[in-house]
Design a protein. Structure first.
Length: 454
C-alpha cells in the first residue's frame, strides 16, 4: 500500500491534533513542586491516560515512580505473532523561564508565522500527539499491524530517574522488539533525521561558604573572603580561555565523523549575536555531539534589584555537564566533583550534591528497524533521504532500556529541530513536521511489521 492514504488521513486529523495539543500544553506540568503545583503534572498524566483509553489501549496505568512523579503506560494488542513496538514521549516540560519574555503565553498554544508556540509543543507533548496521529492513521487504513506499548514519562526534564528506576524494578513492563523514542528532532525542518547518539549528563549543586554571616562590604571588603566571588572563580575554572570545557581528568578532544553542522547554520540556529565568537575548538559537530560541555544553569545570589552593599557568606550554583558517548557519566561525576572541591580559592569550603545523572547513548543505525524507518521517511519526505546526526541533549532512559532489552532496536526521532527553541522562551513546533513525522512513524510501523514476516 502506498503512503498516500496514510498521508491524507493524517492531514485530515491535523485540526484535531492542534486542539489536543492545545489542551495538553495548557497543563503547567513542570515536575518540580517548588515551581509549580504537583497537581498540574497529575492532571497532564490523567489527560494522557484518557487519550490512550480512547484509542482502545488496554492495561492503562498511572505508574507511581520512585522520584514521586507518574508515568503513563498503555498496551494496544496487535495481530497474533506481530512484533511489539514501544513508543516513548514525556509530558513534563521545562519551566517557562521569564514568562514576560514570551511573545504569547507559554501555556497557551498560539499559532504564529506558520508555527504553534507553547511550552512543550515540541519537547515533548507534541511527541505524544505524533504517536497518536500515527496510530489513528493506521487504524483508519487497515489496522495497527504491530502490538504497541506507550510510555509517557513524567519527569524526563528533571533528570531524577523515576522511570528508569521503575523499569529496572519491573523489567517485563516495557519489553519490546523495537523502541521509538519520540524526543529528538530533525537536523533542520524538512530533512528527515534519526539521532544516532545522545550525550549523557550529570547535574550537581555546588555550595561555597566563607563566612559565618554576611558582612558590610565597606567595613570588611578587601580582606574578608566573599563566597560569591569565590564561587565565580571556581566556576570559571571549568572553562579554558577559548571556552573549552576543562574538568580535570576529563578528555575533550574527540571528533565527530558523521553529518557536519556548518558554522554559519549553527550561528543562525543558536541566534548568536553578531561579533560574538563561538566557544571551543574543532568542528561544531565535535563540540556539541562528541565532547563534554559544562553549563552553569543557575546561581543562588542576591538579585540586582534590592541588592545591599554586603559580602556574601554563602553562594550556590547548579552545574550541568553533558557527557559524550565513550565516557562514563558516573566517572565524569566523580571528576567534576573532585574538580569543584579542589579548585575553590582562599580555602573556601565547598560542598557538592548530586542532582541527577544519565549515561550517553549510541544507536546501531545498521539494524533492520532503521531500514524500515529510512523507507518510511523517504515516503513521508519526498526527495529526501534519512540522515543520521548526534544530539547534545540527554535521554537517560535510553541506556536503561538498552541494558534491559539488549536485543531491542532503539530509534530516536522527534519534533525538536533547531527552530523549535526547546528549553528556551518561545518554544514552538512546526505543524508540517508534526504531520510528516506522524506519516513516517505510521509507515515505519507498517514497514517494520512486514519486515518481520519475511
Amino acid at each position: 500500500m502506498t503512503a498516500r492514504p496514510i498521508s491524507e488521513t493524517i492531514a485530515a486529523l491535523m485540526p484535531r491534533a492542534k486542539a489536543e495539543l492545545t489542551e495538553l500544553v495548557a497543563f503547567r506540568s513542570v515536575a518540580d513542586p517548588a515551581q509549580f503545583p504537583k497537581s498540574e503534572c497529575d492532571a497532564a498524566a490523567d489527560w494522557v491516560a484518557d487519550a490512550l483509553r480512547a484509542e482502545d489501549f488496554q492495561d492503562v496505568a498511572l505508574l507511581d515512580t520512585p522520584d514521586g512523579t507518574r508515568s503513563v503506560y498503555g498496551f494496544l494488542p496487535g495481530p497474533a505473532g506481530a512484533p511489539t513496538v514501544l513508543l516513548y514521549a514525556h509530558y513534563d516540560v521545562q519551566p517557562p523561564l521569564d514568562e514576560s519574555a514570551w511573545i504569547s503565553p507559554p501555556f497557551e498554544l498560539t499559532e504564529r508565522d506558520g508555527r504553534w508556540f507553547g511550552r512543550g509543543a515540541a519537547d515533548c507533548k507534541g511527541g505524544f500527539i505524533m504517536h497518536l496521529l500515527a496510530l489513528r492513521a493506521l487504524k483508519a487504513n487497515g489496522g495497527v499491524p504491530v502490538s504497541v506499548k506507550v510510555i509517557a514519562e513524567g519527569s524526563e526534564e528533571q533528570g531524577t530517574g523515576g522511570l528508569e528506576q521503575y523499569a529496572e524494578a519491573h523489567p517485563e513492563l516495557l519489553a519490546a522488539d523495537t523502541i521509538v523514542i519520540g524526543d529528538t528532532g530533525n537536523f533542520r525542518v524538512g530533512l528527515p533525521t534519526v539521532t544516532s547518539t545522545l550525550r549523557g549528563m550529570t547535574m550537581l549543586r555546588v555550595q561555597v561558604d566563607t563566612l559565618e554571616g554576611n558582612l558590610h562590604s565597606g567595613q570588611f571588603g578587601g580582606a574578608a573572603p566573599d563566597a560569591l566571588a569565590a564561587l565565580i572563580q571556581l566556576l570559571a575554572s571549568l572553562r579554558a580561555e577559548d571556552g573549552t570545557t576543562t574538568v580535570d581528568g576529563l578528555t575533550s578532544d574527540a571528533e565527530w565523523d558523521g553529518l557536519q553542522y556548518p558554522e554559519g547554520e549553527f550561528r543562525k540556529d543558536a541566534k548568536v549575536l553578531d561579533g560574538v565568537e563561538l566557544i571551543g575548538t574543532g568542528s561544531v559537530a565535535d563540540r556539541i555531539w562528541a565532547r563534554p560541555a559544562v553549563t552553569v544553569i543557575g546561581i543562588d545570589c542576591p538579585p540586582v534589584v534590592g541588592a545591599t552593599p554586603s559580602l556574601q557568606a554563602s553562594a550556590r550554583a547548579q552545574v550541568s555537564l553533558r557527557v559524550p558517548p565513550g565516557q562514563d557519566a558516573a566517572e565524569a561525576t566523580k571528576l567534576l566533583t573532585a574538580h569543584l572541591e579542589s579548585h575553590a580559592p582562599w580555602g573556601a569550603r565547598v560542598s557538592v550534591e548530586l542532582v541527577g545523572q544519565g549515561q550517553a547513548f549510541r544507536a546501531d543505525i545498521t539494524s533492520p528497524a532503521y531500514t524500515s524507518m529510512a523507507q518510511a521517511m523517504r515516503a513521508a519526505y519526498p526527495g529526501e533521504e534519512m540522515q543520521s546526526s548526534g544530539m547534545g541533549g540527554s535521554i537517560p532512559l535510553c541506556n536503561t532500556l538498552a541494558g534491559l532489552y539488549p536485543e531491542a532496536e532503539i530509534l530516536l526521532i522527534g519534533l525538536s529541530e533547531p527552530e523549535a527553541q526547546i528549553h528556551a522562551v518561545n518554544e514552538s513546533v512546526s505543524p508540517q513536521e508534526l504531520e510528516r513525522l506522524s506519516v513516517a512513524e505510521a509507515l515505519f510501523l507498517r514497514n517494520y511489521a512486514e519486515s518481520k514476516k519475511a
